[in-house]
Design a protein around this ligand. Structure first.
Ligand SMILES: [Zn+2]
Length: 270
């Protein structure tokens, strides 16, 4: 595996107030690329959670890789929405006949295709209600301007008992989820605390939400039974995989989760 210890630029570590241990934990999450398929640690964690959550076949000979799993007859009816490509996993998931893959593309109407790739906006998906068994996202929700709308939409397109399996960056010493920036009706982005880019550094999408220790509670309020199946939010291991199940009986509140007021104390971000 390829571990890139200097993946987080020093300037970003400073802006984010990261300790050397956290900086390393983020570098592990965003690298440790598999020498064979290139999947980062977080992609391999999602793969492991898929296999554990949807075991197929005889317990003595369970599929041991997603490449084997997608070819099992039990997986053929699975309706899966991969919203934004998960590097290292996407090429394998393409073997699933029920895969609906989409990317967010600025200025493209949701539901339209560009170069045969469907465009979707998480805050207004064009998929019908209860049309998927599984939604996968990785490092995406933090970039969505309206997190409540995104969670409502994911909940809407899942069948009862369906799952949303995903990763987002969660910092271990942030107790409350807070809004880093707000999208105004006229389209301008107002930073509440200094706007930074994703630690991967390979794209420039603004970060709207920083997730804190209360994040599983917010997911529960949005109608998801939530567990962290693999990984944790500690400085040794910052790669939790959230495994959310839409309740069988629809008990979602009308408003969905409410983000707490933006954190005024931005000392860690200076
Ligand atoms: Zn691999």
């Amino acid at each position: 595996m390829l571990y890139q210890p200097r993946l987080v630029p020093p300037r970003l570590a400073e802006l984010w107030g990261l300790s050397p241990q956290w900086t390393e934990a983020i570098a592990r999450r965003e690298s440790c690329n598999c020498a064979w398929c290139g999947a980062k640690l977080r992609a391999r964690r999602i793969a492991a959670v898929l296999l554990a959550t949807y075991p197929v076949g005889d317990p003595s000979k369970l599929a041991s890789s997603v490449a084997a799993w997608v070819r099992r007859p039990e997986c053929q009816p699975l309706r899966l929405a991969e919203i934004n490509q998960i590097e290292g996993l996407h090429d394998v998931l393409r073997a699933l006949p029920g895969l609906a893959y989409s990317e967010y593309q600025e200025g493209v109407e949701p539901g339209a295709e560009v170069d045969r790739v469907r465009c979707e906006n998480l805050t207004r998906l064009t998929y019908p209600d209860e049309s998927f068994d599984l939604v996968l996202t990785s490092e995406t929700l933090e970039h969505v301007p309206d997190l409540d709308a995104a969670l409502r939409e994911i909940h809407r397109i899942l069948v009862p008992g369906g799952r949303h399996i995903f990763t987002v960056p969660v910092l271990p010493d942030v107790p409350l989820t807070f809004a880093r920036a707000e999208l105004m009706p006229d389209g301008t982005i107002v930073p509440r605390v200094p706007l930074i880019h994703h630690p991967g550094g390979d794209h420039g999408y603004p970060v709207f939400t920083e997730f804190g220790a209360d994040w599983p509670d917010l997911l529960r309020n949005a109608g998801f039974e939530t567990t962290v199946t693999l990984g944790s939010s500690t400085e040794e291991d910052l790669t939790p995989v959230f495994n959310c199940r839409k309740a069988e009986s629809d008990s979602i509140g009308s408003a969905g989760p409410r983000l707490p007021h933006p954190r005024e104390d931005a000392s860690r971000s200076r």
